[in-house]
Every structure is written in structure tokens, then in C-alpha cells.
Design a protein around this ligand. Structure first.
Ligand SMILES: Cc1cc2nc3c(=O)[nH]c(=O)nc-3n(C[C@H](O)[C@H](O)[C@H](O)COP(=O)(O)OP(=O)(O)OC[C@H]3O[C@@H](n4cnc5c(N)ncnc54)[C@H](O)[C@@H]3O)c2cc1C
Length: 508
């Protein structure tokens, strides 16, 4: 008896068995061979998110072994070389993949399609990384939305796509071939996707949240139980009020469709008269944050250069400052501004940073220091475990002033007022800044100091930023902005913009 040809499933950023359309489809075609690629796009992604990706891969591999007795086959190489070779070696015809619609993946898919043609193979793509297909969420004129509020309204009206049935608990998987001619097969044991993680895996490991699909569902469930205060408390970095689901979503350990379906059920149950009303409002607000993630992906699909060019192209000539000492100090959490430094240190040690602090930190870089948002974006990309190309780019552009729904350039976060409002007792700053206000050094702050590369010398007195310092940065930013707008005086809207700036100037 001959063994049936396997169906190939390309595991990429979808480390889950639930709502996994590509895996389910592959299972309908024969024993499945699950393949993960250490390809260029993965090698070039930031170190912390690669480290987190490996944890996702390990948990998924264990789940696959439990269900099928086989593990994930890991190969070093590009899809266009690996899959045609596997097609020829195994007799498989189709490669099934849940789409991860980043520009790099789009390019890899197009090269793969071309290469598969010569071996009579085919790439089949399935949805699951987004709530809804961008074709379904269009303006009245059929275009893509450029503003968040109408986008969110349209998405709520159209509804999210339904999750697909889960993969069976037990299924047949193909035994991975021991070797594939000309390609390197990598055993999972001993694999290190992030050898360049300067601060070391041990630092991230210490503060890591549990990885994997089961952890994602458990975290979501626990979040529902404490969602009541979320609408207000989500802005407080000193309180654990947010869901902590971003890593799971970035790696597809839970699909946004499953999350949406469960959250909608929960909001419905909680909105019945009784004490659940606050929880329902919390879940609703949480869903609107998830729509921000969706908006970011729809924008990236519409403008694949969102990560490298200003979304408002008329910002192309803005005279941003480049690399140098100011950038380095910012990266090291050594600006002397307590909330900014605390955030950057939190990210260095944990791979995470609270959303409110991300905004303050990004505003300090792009407005006070006038440094190019792309340099901040790259630092985040390297340090975040929840790195997501769309959310990272949209948010950096939003803060810098050149993105959609941008906070206007003259809206400059004052880190001291932000700190007073959102970290009123200083608990967040005390956690991350050793010796802040004469307090004891917390384990978190000690972990930061212990993790520093030997050539870093970090010290920053946090006496509180003087009004003069804040004012001078703000004035410089506004001056640059005015000069830039004046040099662009012929552009449509420039006169109105200039008038608006004059009007607002006194109020900032
Ligand atoms: C400069 C900057 C860079 C960012 N880079 C990333 C990134 O690389 N990856 C990433 O996942 N998020 C990014 N964000 C968005 C946001 O900070 C994180 O999603 C959030 O802090 C994750 O924590 P949480 O899961 O507890 O969020 P919750 O408050 O529990 O929100 C639930 C989910 O909604 C989504 N969400 C929440 N806020 C936003 C937002 N502003 N934009 C897009 N989606 C949002 C996330 O998927 C999140 O998991 C960035 C924000 C800023 C200001």
C-alpha cells in the first residue's frame, strides 16, 4: 500500500488549532505536514518578537504532537524554494496558509505562487488574521476608510466574520521527511530564533506572560471578569486593567474573530439588568480597541508603505532629526523625564509597554526631540514582544502627526501632566526607576540595571522636568512645524492650517 500524499500547511503567524481555516482545509486533503519557515522576513523581524515567536512555536509543536504524534517541520529558506521542493518530494499538490497580510508576506506569497506553477502546485490562502475582509468594509463610494470613527461604525454594522469550526482533537499528520535536498532542516530542540537578543532571553523570560492558545483563552476569560473598570482604568499604567492579549493576537494564538464572538456573547449576557452593566461597557470598550488593531491592518493593506513613508505624503519633507546622542538616551531610558524613562525601561525588560506610556514616549521622541518617527518605530520593533507591523506603524504615525486621524502636530503630550493624571501616586515610575524619589529599588528596576550591555552607562536624575525644559521643546517643535508649513504654503489647506496654528498657539 502506498502512503497518501500529504497536504502542506504553512504555519506562519497563526499558532492555534481553533478557528484555523487553513489547517482544517489541509486536513480534508490527507495527512497534514505542518511546515514553519525560518525565512528572511522572520530573520529580519525584531529580536524580542522573534524570541516570543519561538515560544509560540514550541507551544504549538507540543499541541500538534498531542493531537497527531508528529511535530512541526522547521526549514531554513524562502517559501519559493522550500515548498516546490516539498511538493516534488512528497507528491503534495497544495500549500494551505492562513494569510498574514504584511507587505513582506504578500511578496513571499507572490514568489511562491510563481514557483509552484512549475511543479503543478498551488497556494491556497484563508482568512483569520482580521475581523473582517477589507472588501466588506468600504465607504459609500467603495473606497477604504481613512478615518477611524466611520470605519468602526461600518465594521460594527457589517459584523465580524464568523470563526470557523475548530480543528479536530485528534488527526493524522505526516511524518516530516528527515531531509530535503539542498535545504536545512532545523530541529526544534536547540533552536534559537533570537541569538541577537542583547539583554538575554533570561530577562524577558522572567517577566513573560504565558504563551500559547490555551493561555490566550484563559487570559480573555479572566479579563471579562475584571472588565468593569477598563474604560477608565485602561489609561493607568500603575493598574493592571488591560487585557494583555496583544502578543496572542500578534502571533495568532487566538483569532480576532473568536475573540469578537466570545466578547459579544459576554457583553450580551452582562448587559441584562443587574450588576453586569459595567462589565458589558468594559467589554464594549475593549472591542473598540480591537477595532483599532483592525483599522491599522486595513490601512496597511491600502498603503503597504505605511511602515516607511508618512501616510500623509505631504509630510515627506519634514526635517526630522536623525540618529545621535538624543536618540540613544531615549532608547536607554535616560532622558531624565521619569514617565518616559520608566516606559522605555519597562519595554527593555518585559518586551511590553503600557499603551498610554507608548504614546507619551513616542510624543517625546517626535515632538520634543523632533526625531524621525521611523527611528522610534524601529526601536519598538526590536524590543516589543507584541510587535505588529500595522499597529506599530499606524500608532507611530498617529503620534508623530503624519498619520490618519493624527493627533495634530501641535498636540504635544506633557509627560509631567500625563504622569500626574495617570500615575498619580508614582507607583509605575517607582517600579521602573531605581532610586526614584529616594525609594527602594524594586525587582523590576534591579532587573533593568542587571540587563544593561557593558558599554551602557545609565544614570538619570529625575528631579522632575522643569517648566522651562518642557516649554523650550514645545516651542522648538512648533517653530519647525510652522516653518515646514510655510515652505509648503501653496499646498491645499496650508492657509487654514496656519490660521489654526496661530489660534491654538496660545492654548498649548
Ligand atoms: C507608538 C505605539 C506603538 C504601538 N505598537 C504596537 C505593536 O507593535 N503591536 C501591538 O499589538 N500594539 C501596538 N500598539 C498599541 C497598544 O499600545 C497595544 O496594543 C496595547 O498596549 C497592548 O496591550 P493590551 O493587549 O493589554 O491592550 P488592551 O487595552 O487590552 O486592548 C485590547 C487589544 O486591542 C488592540 N489595541 C489596543 N490599543 C490599540 C492601539 N492603540 N492600536 C492598535 N491596536 C490596539 C490590541 O490588539 C490589544 O491587545 C502601539 C501603540 C503605540 C502608541
Amino acid at each position: 500500500m502506498t502512503t497518501p500524499a500529504p497536504a502542506l500547511y504553512w504555519l506562519s503567524r497563526d499558532f492555534r488549532f481553533s478557528d484555523n481555516a487553513a489547517l482544517n482545509a489541509a486536513l480534508g486533503h490527507g495527512p497534514v505536514l505542518v511546515v514553519f519557515l525560518l525565512d528572511r522576513q522572520t530573520r529580519e523581524q525584531g529580536a524580542a518578537s522573534r524570541w516570543r515567536l519561538q515560544r509560540a512555536l514550541e507551544v504549538f509543536d507540543a499541541g500538534l504532537k498531542r493531537r497527531s504524534g508528529q511535530g512541526v517541520m522547521i526549514l531554513r529558506g524562502e517559501a519559493e524554494e522550500v515548498f516546490p521542493a516539498l511538493v516534488q518530494l512528497t507528491g503534495a499538490r497544495m500549500v494551505h496558509q492562513n494569510d498574514w497580510p504584511s507587505p513582506q508576506m504578500r511578496q513571499a506569497q507572490s514568489h511562491l505562487r510563481e514557483a509552484l506553477r512549475s511543479v503543478a502546485g498551488e497556494l491556497k490562502l484563508y482568512t483569520g488574521h482580521l475581523l473582517a475582509s477589507p472588501q466588506r468594509i468600504r465607504t459609500g463610494q467603495g473606497g477604504a476608510f481613512r478615518v477611524f470613527t466611520p470605519f468602526a461604525r461600518a465594521l460594527r454594522r457589517a459584523g465580524a466574520d464568523r470563526p470557523r469550526p475548530d480543528a479536530p482533537r485528534q488527526f493524522a499528520a505526516a511524518e516530516p521527511p528527515a531531509e530535503v535536498h539542498g535545504l536545512t532542516v532545523l530541529p526544534l530542540s536547540g533552536l534559537n530564533l533570537a541569538p541577537d537578543l542583547h539583554r538575554g532571553a533570561a530577562v524577558l523570560e522572567r517577566f513573560a506572560l504565558p504563551a500559547g492558545e490555551a493561555a490566550a483563552f484563559e487570559r480573555l476569560d479572566q479579563f471579562f471578569d475584571r472588565a468593569g473598570p477598563y474604560p477608565e482604568a485602561r489609561d493607568r499604567p500603575d493598574i493592571d486593567a488591560c487585557s494583555g492579549l496583544s502578543e496572542h493576537l500578534a502571533l495568532g494564538e487566538i483569532s480576532p474573530r473568536s475573540l469578537w464572538a466570545l466578547a459579544s456573547l459576554r457583553a450580551e449576557a452582562d448587559s441584562a439588568p443587574g450588576p453586569g452593566g459595567a462589565a458589558a461597557a468594559g467589554v464594549e470598550k475593549f472591542l473598540s480597541e480591537v477595532i483599532w488593531r483592525e483599522f491599522a491592518w486595513h490601512l496597511l493593506l491600502e498603503d503597504p508603505q505605511l511602515t516607511s513613508l508618512p501616510w500623509r505624503r505631504d509630510w515627506s519633507g519634514f526635517p526630522w532629526r536623525g540618529e545621535g546622542e538624543d536618540l540613544q538616551r531615549w532608547q536607554r531610558g535616560e532622558t531624565g523625564i521619569a514617565l518616559v524613562d520608566a516606559g522605555l525601561r519597562e519595554m527593555w525588560v518585559t518586551g511590553r509597554m503600557h499603551n498610554r506610556v507608548r504614546m507619551v514616549v513616542a510624543s517625546w521622541l517626535t515632538k520634543h526631540l523632533l526625531i524621525d518617527w521611523r527611528l522610534g518605530l524601529r526601536h519598538f520593533e526590536n524590543c516589543l514582544t507584541d510587535w505588529d507591523p500595522a499597529s506599530n506603524a499606524m500608532n507611530w504615525q498617529w503620534v508623530a502627526g503624519c498619520g490618519p486621524d493624527a493627533s495634530p502636530f501641535f498636540r504635544i503630550f506633557n509627560p509631567e501632566t500625563q504622569a500626574a493624571k495617570f500615575d498619580p501616586k508614582g507607583q509605575y515610575r517607582a517600579r521602573w526607576l531605581a532610586g526614584w524619589q529616594g525609594g527602594r529599588t524594586t525587582p523590576e528596576a534591579a532587573a533593568f540595571l542587571a540587563s544593561l550591555p557593558s558599554d551602557w552607562r545609565v544614570s538619570a536624575p529625575w528631579a522632575g522636568a522643569s517648566g522651562a525644559l518642557l516649554q523650550s521643546g514645545r516651542s522648538r517643535a512648533l517653530e519647525e512645524y510652522r516653518r515646514f508649513k510655510d515652505s509648503d504654503a501653496d499646498s491645499p489647506g496650508a492657509a487654514a492650517e496656519s490660521e489654526r496654528l496661530n489660534f491654538l498657539r496660545d492654548f498649548i
